[in-house]
Design a protein around this ligand. Structure first.
Ligand code: PBG
Length: 330
């Protein structure tokens, strides 16, 4: 640690005095390129439906996406993340709809790719929870989430997404060994250029509540996800998860949720020097947004929390606020 003097010769406030000076020595900043925008997709025509527990966030029908995607491109956002809310009637024990070539997510990818080409990247979640009647990310048998059987389905789901034109496959299911199997299958089928972003560190968190509402899995979820998502008491385990996924072929890793896990982001970055994304999840969004709405917090609290991810070492932030960048970055 280098300290260049001592009070009264040394005064830290000297550099903070004027705005120009604060800007001059600023260590971290935010721009559009730091964000990934999650988009919820639903069936139907000309739909834009407010999600109850997430003020300002909507589900869009495929034909109604150009507004939000044009805005993302204008704001220089490099990538969108698609999440489907499928018709309840299509959900079953096995999440079969995930493998339907003509499912909601397939149609969305094809349509977006056709219109926007490579102006923006598309990332898709690999997990079964939008498709299963029990709301779990994997196959359920007698209260157990099956690992190896689930991987077989996830591998097919990944390949289908790649075939449709998805740029980044993002397994968020937390099964053991799925990154390696998915990489193998993609390569075998000529998709060696498709990237894998592993949700390597995903904690079993109560901050996912509003998201489950958004994809319609909240009421149906049987039990909890503690047997596959991580225990939030643990840091060493996160390091092991990341090491394993990198070895299996992950190009980037995700830490999720965001704000309560800044220590994890920093540790992962310091240890592996791999691109790390942070996911500011639905519960964090709702918490801050509601506090602003009720005049408990100022609008600037959004910028402050988002910047903290960069300071912790994240390369990018998945955030529902990415749709309001004109307001937030101003
Ligand atoms: C499920 C998935 C979840 C989120 C993204 N993918 C929820 C869960 O694991 O139950 C949460 C995102 C958010 O809360 O914003 N595979």
């Amino acid at each position: 640690m280098i300290i260049t003097g001592k009070y009264p010769k040394l005064r830290m406030r000297r550099l903070r005095k004027e705005d120009w000076s604060r800007r001059l020595v600023r260590e971290n900043t935010l721009s559009g390129s730091d964000f990934v925008l999650p988009i919820f997709i639903t069936e139907g025509k000309n739909k834009k439906i407010q999600i109850k527990s997430m003020v300002g966030v909507y589900r869009y029908s495929i034909d109604n996406l150009s507004g939000i995607i044009d805005r993302a491109i204008k704001n220089k956002i490099p990538m969108i993340a698609l999440f489907p809310q499928i018709n309840k009637k299509l959900k079953d024990l096995y999440g079969s709809e995930a493998l339907n070539e003509d499912n909601l997510i397939s149609r969305a990818i094809v349509k977006i790719k056709k219109k926007y080409k490579n102006k923006i990247g598309i990332m898709c979640d690999v997990a079964l929870d939008p498709y299963t009647s029990h709301g779990h990310d994997g196959l359920l048998k007698k209260k157990e989430i099956l690992n190896d059987e689930t991987i077989k389905v996830l591998v097919k789901q990944s390949l289908l997404q790649a075939q449709m034109g998805c740029d980044i496959i993002a397994p968020s299911d937390m099964m053991d060994g799925r990154i390696g199997e998915i990489r193998k299958e993609l390569d075998k089928n000529g998709y060696e250029k498709v990237q894998i972003l592993s949700y390597a560190v995903k904690y079993s968190s109560s901050f996912y509540g509003p998201f489950r509402d958004a994809i319609g899995s909240k009421k149906s979820l049987k039990g909890d996800k503690k047997s596959y998502q991580m225990d939030y008491s643990n840091l060493n385990e996160a390091i092991r998860e990341v090491a394993i996924d990198i070895k299996e072929g992950a190009d980037m890793v995700m830490v999720k949720p965001g704000l309560p896990y800044l220590d994890i982001i920093k540790e992962v970055k310091d240890n592996f020097k791999i691109p790390v994304l942070a996911y500011q999840v639905s519960g964090e969004y709702s918490l801050i947004t509601n506090a602003i709405k009720n005049k408990i917090l100022k609008q600037e609290s959004v910028y402050e929390t988002l910047l903290s991810f960069k300071r912790a070492g994240a390369n990018a932030i998945v955030s529902y606020y990415a749709d309001f960048l004109d307001k937030i970055l101003k």
